[in-house]
Ligand binder design. Sequence first.
Ligand code: ANZ
Ligand code: ZN
Length: 857
Amino acid sequence: MSRYDPAAIEAKWQQHWDTEEVFKAKADPARPKYYVLEMFPYPSGNLHMGHVRNYAMGDVVARYKAACGFNVLHPMGWDAFGLPAENAAMERKIHPGSWTYANIANMKAQFRSLGLSLDWSREFATCDPEYYGQQQALFLDFLEKGLVYRKAAVVNWDPVDMTVLANEQVEDGRGWRSGALVERRELTQWFFRISDFSQELLSALDGLENWPDKVRTMQANWIGQSRGLRFGFALETPAHDHDRIEVFTTRPDTLMGASFVGLSPDHPLTKALEKDNPDLAAFCADCRRTGTSEEALEKAEKRGMDTGLRVRHPLNPDWHLPVWIANFILMDYGTGAIFACPAHDQRDLDFARKYDLPVTATFEALTDPQPIADTALVLPKSEKVRWINHFTGLTEATGDEAIAATIAKAETEGWGTGVTQYRLRDWGLSRQRYWGCPIPVVHCDSCGVVPEKKENLPVKLPEEVSFDRPGNPLDRHDAWRNVPCPACGAPAKRETDTMDTFVDSSWYFARFTSPGAATPTDRAEADYWMNVDQYIGGVEHAILHLLYSRFFARAMAICGHLPGTAAEPFDALFTQGMVTHEIYQTRDAQGRPVYHLPSDVTDGRLADGTAVETVPSAKMSKSKKNVVDPVGIVNRFGADTARWFMLSDSPPERDVEWTDAGAEAAHKHLARVWRMASELAPSLPQAGESSAEAAPKGVSDAALARLAARTIHDVTQGIEGFAFNTSVAKLYAFTAAIQKSAAPASDRAAALRILARLMAPMTPHLAEEVWTMLGGTGLLARLPWPEADPALLVDDTVTLPIQVNGKRRSELTVAKDMPKAEIEKLALADVAVQKALAGGAPKKLIVVPGRIVNVVV
Ligand code: ANZ
Ligand code: ZN
């Protein structure tokens, strides 16, 4: 070989690793384990650069930890259920399964070309019946423990996709995929009881020290703890079996500013009233046309309707308040009813102004108090304010003090209770789709909902289905639906809802510990491999996926499928930045952007000379034509270049911009490393450094040995600290120094062998090649991590500035223990000093050892 040929090199080493099963993990209680996991991909069909970056990072960690002596588990699989497969089925008339598995085959080949140190023997797709059958077993265990249940609930209904959407799948009141306006419907759905774990999921965040703070904060906000008061307003005259309205408030201190009591359109009392009030029924029907999310309700215009009912204020039975239905009140938060204090809550104020309801302030600012106009006086709870006739007798106090005093009063007098409320709601998992894990229950007319027998699992999806109509094909698949009841044997019907795909990804990490087990996990394997030591993925999963996984780990522990110590399944989490690329655009006659492929742009112009605008560092997106295809890059430069560049330019947590120039520079560098090795190789005695030796040897040149030690140290620190870009920078510098070194060939070869070992986590193929070319034996992938000789890390030189007549003119790097006389000699020989002396002798020459040299001329 006369030039760097990544295609040949990479195929060769991938083959070696494969045949020697280097990355196959086996539990071994005698060895410390390390489980590194990157979030598994959705098999869309092709890898994108974001994947390459994500998996390159994971691979650095996996290979490094293996070299450090850990028994590493580094698995990969496919998050394979979900809507795109059904959409493809509809568009292309092909079965979702065929589409999915074809994509997996394609992507797997792309994965393999990257040379990742993955244990493919553990691979699974979540749409494999072996996987989802175990998920059904989990579901039945959860059912037995009361961790999953059925209830009627108001849901977001996507009328085009004909499915229920989670709140976060509703964007601006529209379905995230269909774009259709979402409606509210009441359906009986399955729910995981995640809200029972709110407190626990919140407080355990404190222990996750190796998670990014921003992720912990996002989770905490999502769980949304509020402390407040729960109490009731007595109805003046009972209506439809209701004699009081329970409310939840976080500001009980403002009770004297109550203006009205508000009910959600979905409140049971509202529903009772609707029956004999057609106007109210019409109003509520209208309200239900918006989504259920807080965001949707927040944005909608405030609307309401007076029910005509009146309630008594708990502090004064003669004080009567009207009861309104208001569209901004959620049914599944608190009690679905509120008391409104317009003076101190903006939503209430907007509402009160619109319907001309009273606005009564209960406190005012200490300095320069203003009357309430169109802006509510919402003060932070910790600020001191002046209270107006407060029923607890407070005058100047903070909101927190007033809240505490109010709750205490309510509890002593017995009309209310202090409570902690969470925003987190139970997780609705029912989806009316085909391409998901069937919920393993049967509906029987006499027995009700009957769990499928475990020996009948997996409940497999039927193969022959049609997607020619919207809705769930399982609903119209009679052969599949009609089954005998598992309890009484009478004709019954299968549940046709399938599980939310978030379920599939909430426990895959546990399944990887024993992917073939006949139960969800093999406890010995799970006990050995759990927890995931390092989890790596995109920040877009910072909330739901991680929260659901944390819930699942707890629920699985309750059912005995995981040890209790795995309740927090991910010891450390790293969220990487995006891969971006410039956008090239021109404008059409209307001024709208027209996008151009990078390949059509040369020096900022199109072929016809039109100048293009450049948008820097934009997220890659097909519609903007700024996507770089990893396959093309690997074909052109090799996987090592793609990996090296993805790791080199930015800190891993930040975005990195893909540029052609950057990729070319990375490639050139790797080619240089290869060339240096190939030039040195012939001159070496083929003695061989064996892979059994841990410590690098052979660099006798003092400067090179020192730099090698320093590089080992710094690269190691970079990897340990997830600062791969700094490791790469040190490797660049080390390469340049070896190239420039005048040390004997054997020294430079030894230095290059160290370089290869340090590069192995990043560019594993080239590293193996260089190692072998320079006489290393065995696979680098099995070689221990080099250790720096601590003696060589001690810096024993010092740099002294040289001042001439008080001005810094030069500097001198000398050994720390160099005698004064020698330093004087060197200083006088300095070019700048000679120039200043102009042939004469200095008036004075002062050497302050370790600090400075002063010359007076
Ligand atoms: C009276 C009040 C006075 C309130 C005031 C706020 C300010 P967080 O902090 O988010 O928990 N609320 C209660 N249940 C609701 C529901 N189901 N839908 C919509 N709003 C609801 O919010 C709690 C506050 O939001 C509660 O405190 C209640 O209004 C409202 F100056 O009660 B407050
Ligand atoms: Zn039955």
